[in-house]
Ligand binder design. Structure first.
Ligand SMILES: C[S@@+](CC[C@H](N)C(=O)[O-])C[C@H]1O[C@@H](n2cnc3c(N)ncnc32)[C@H](O)[C@@H]1O
Length: 194
């Protein structure tokens, strides 16, 4: 979908994805995460930045990117109000060069928001934005009725097919979700090959 499409959704406040809180699956993951936190994480399609702030709260150096100009000042204002530090910038994840390569990339409701025909480009973007050996943590929407997206569903099989050639799947599970998405999402922890 175009920049104009997403910007219009923000301008008209037609944002059903905006829950005012980070993804419960990410909150649980970070609460149980015992590995190193001196790492950079990029969150493409960050919206108003709830997931970016959750990484910042957990001690990561967090960066959020979005295609819609209106998302960026909203994300910055909420981050300042929360007393947290994170960097936000306007970017087209599918087409732009990253400002830097990241140790981690976090996906939440961007893969389902792009046109299904753009999914090859999405995989190429992940490989462009993520360091070799880096972690790709994704929460994918796997149960959506109908085909009139966005959002559009994916499947575990599609994720394995698309990313399995470039990364090792360390684990995947059904995460805790927002109430209207419970049981409809699947979380994947991938490590990119060196
Ligand atoms: C469904 S919303 C989800 C926002 C956020 N992840 C959340 O869960 O609150 C999808 C977001 O992706 C952004 N987006 C769409 N295409 C993009 C692209 N090519 N590059 C970066 N952001 C994009 C939209 O502007 C929108 O903010």
């Amino acid at each position: 979908m175009s920049r104009e499409y997403w910007e219009q959704r923000y301008q008209t406040k037609d944002m059903p994805w905006e829950k005012g809180a980070p993804s419960p699956g990410l909150v649980d993951f970070l609460a149980g995460y015992c590995g190193p936190r001196q790492a950079t994480v990029g969150v493409p399609g960050c919206g108003t930045g709830h997931d970016v702030r959750e990484f910042a709260r957990a001690g990561f150096e967090a960066f959020g990117f979005d295609l819609a100009p209106s998302a960026i000042p909203q994300a910055m204002a909420k981050t300042e109000a929360a007393g947290l530090k994170a960097t936000f910038a306007l970017a087209d994840f599918l087409r732009d060069e990253p400002p830097q390569k990241f140790d981690w990339l976090f996906e939440h409701t961007l893969f389902c928001a792009i046109q299904p025909r753009e999914r090859d480009e999405y995989v190429r973007a992940v490989l462009r934005w993520l360091k070799p050996g880096g972690i790709y943590l994704a929460i994918n929407y796997v149960v959506i009725e109908g085909d009139a997206g966005p959002p559009w569903r994916t499947s575990r099989e599609e994720q394995l097919e698309r990313f399995g050639a470039h990364m090792t799947l360390e684990s995947d599970w059904v995460p805790r979700s927002y109430p209207n998405r419970q049981g409809r999402e699947r979380m994947f922890l991938w490590r990119r090959s060196r």
